[in-house]
Design a protein around this ligand. Structure first.
Ligand code: SAM
Length: 227
């Protein structure tokens, strides 16, 4: 007998509202509750698609606290969809903790395929995409240099998420740790009006973004170390 799904992980657009699957819309309409990282942000998406499912806030600061009541409701037969502000929940976003606990309870988790920022950036870089390493955000302080040193030896294509506040520092450290000639691709504002991808040497990319005021959200792709 097929188990009834109680928790759906639903990817949402990373900029362009059209980037949502028919199945994602169907699930968001049919579940009892949508767990949203920021109910205001997700409210825009839900309004656009005329979805009136109740939302409950679920984010990095309350995920431990709310876990128990969500599990209790799941056991009572309530269905939930977890969404994040953008992209796939659990990918540099809350989700892991809940997924682990739901599976531990023997309940079913359904992960819908859909938008995430790193895949279009990886493909647009033109670097090998048969094998790659997703690092997410680098540590801000402790362990950052050790991590950069370790990553500089990686032969597979590397993927790093970055915010506009740290992009200049990170590009400068990529020059320092990976060498100025390493090929790097930076994608920003993917699927949005000012989407841009620059693929150049580490030095050229650093100079390019130093000459501008970097706006938006960034994905950095670094070509793996050649053997
Ligand atoms: N869950 C998301 C996903 O599946 O990609 C990632 C969320 S994480 C909190 C936010 C980071 O994702 C940003 O700092 C940026 O590195 C990346 N990102 C999200 N949307 C983006 C976009 N439209 N263009 C470029 N990078 C984006």
């Amino acid at each position: 007998m097929e188990k009834e799904t109680s928790l759906f992980l639903v990817p949402t657009p990373i900029g362009n509202l059209k980037d949502i699957t028919l199945r994602a819309l169907e699930v968001l309409k049919s579940v009892d509750v949508i767990l949203a990282e920021d109910t205001r942000t997700s409210g825009v998406l839900l309004k656009h698609y005329e979805i009136s499912t109740p939302m409950k806030s679920y984010h990095a600061f309350n995920e431990h606290k709310t876990l128990e009541s969500i599990i209790r409701d799941l056991k009572k037969g309530k269905s939930f969809a977890l969404i994040s502000d953008a992209g796939t929940p659990g990918i540099s976003d809350p989700g892991y903790l809940l997924i682990r606990e739901v599976l531990k309870e023997g309940l079913d988790v359904e992960a819908l395929p859909g938008p995430t920022a790193f895949l279009p950036a990886l493909l647009k870089s033109g670097f090998p995409c048969d094998r790659f390493v997703f690092e997410g955000f680098l540590p801000h302080k402790k362990g950052r240099k050790t991590k950069l040193e370790q990553l500089s030896q990686e032969e597979r294509t590397l993927i790093i998420y970055e915010s506009p506040h740290r992009i200049k520092k990170t590009l400068s450290q990529i020059c320092e740790f990976f060498g100025e000639d390493r090929m790097v691709s930076v994608s920003r504002e993917l699927t949005k009006k000012f989407e841009e991808t620059q693929t150049r040497t580490a030095r050229e990319i650093k100079d390019y973004f130093e000459a501008t005021t970097p706006k938006g959200e960034f994905v950095i792709i670094i070509n793996g170390k050649s053997t």
